[in-house]
Design a binder for this molecule. Sequence first.
Ligand code: SAH
Length: 344
Amino acid sequence: MNELQALIIAEIDQNGPMPLSRYMSLCLSHPQHGYYMTKEPFGVSGDFTTAPEISQMFGELIGLWIGDLWTRQGKPSGPILAELGPGRGTLMADALRALQKVPDWPDAPVHFVETSPRLRAIQAQAHPGVTWHDTAETLPDDGPLYIVANELFDALPIDQWVRTERGWAEQSVTHADTDLQFTLKDVAEHPNLPSDAAPGDTYERCPIGERLCSQLASQVMKAGGAALIIDYGYTSQAAGDSLQAMKNHSYADPLNDPGEADLTAHVNFGALAGAGRTAGATIYGPATQNLFLGQLGLPLRARALGGTALRDAARLMDTAAMGDLFKVLAIAPPTSPPPAGFAP
Ligand code: SAH
């Protein structure tokens, strides 16, 4: 039993079964034992690979997406770049290189929102001049703000609600001796859930993700710019359990060795879009990554580069895998022209 597991068991003994979101949050972000605090998640030796780590074309196209939108927004002065959960900083490095080719694009300041001190140190090697934030709330608003988040929302803690014969129950974590186990906790209060759910159906909610989306919407409406969210997930609410643990590029049991595997859930893009709209922003998408990258010209760029670029582009756009599973959502002020990549 690892140290985090002992802490989790002690908390369950004190407070009763632990909500799934609390469990996820401890596994990922516990200051000493959390996955992102201690592990090297990326690359061949890590637990998973992300689009910017597959190909530099991904970050380059996102840089050009920002440059194109900024240009069509009238080149407002003092643009600011921000990324949520930048990982190794690869996407931003590629985006910055591409932005240098955008006429009149100035030397824009870069802001990172990152909770892991260990990853901040890695990001600092690639980006010595950036400013870090613990939350998106403190991002500056004194210039149009261009915000990117790739594979951040899937790491935000979710709650699961399961329909039973007796009503809705909350998925919780308990233990038998040293083994962690799932248990259903009957609840009187729950979020708005489909009334036609059948017994056994599971619905997921990510209140932290919805709040973040609503906040990003308020920020770009105030500062100008836009936010771009890319992640794996679904467009409209459906029953299902998408909680997954990844360790060494294969699936693991989410309750085994807490803090040692990456825990994620699919992103409910319909809910994010709703949160952004309620805040007053204009929402584009969700579009599939295949459509988005296709409209941004990835196949043309890959053909020009040739060699492994063709294979990498095919991997990012493959509709049997990343191209369809990954979705892209943009949040813009109602006054903005439409961003590229979302034409019907
Ligand atoms: N965007 C990168 C990394 C994705 S992994 C890429 O595409 O390669 C998720 C990243 O989000 C990591 O950098 C992790 O430390 C960070 N992270 C996780 N939870 C976070 C939170 N609540 N706030 C900010 N960053 C977070």
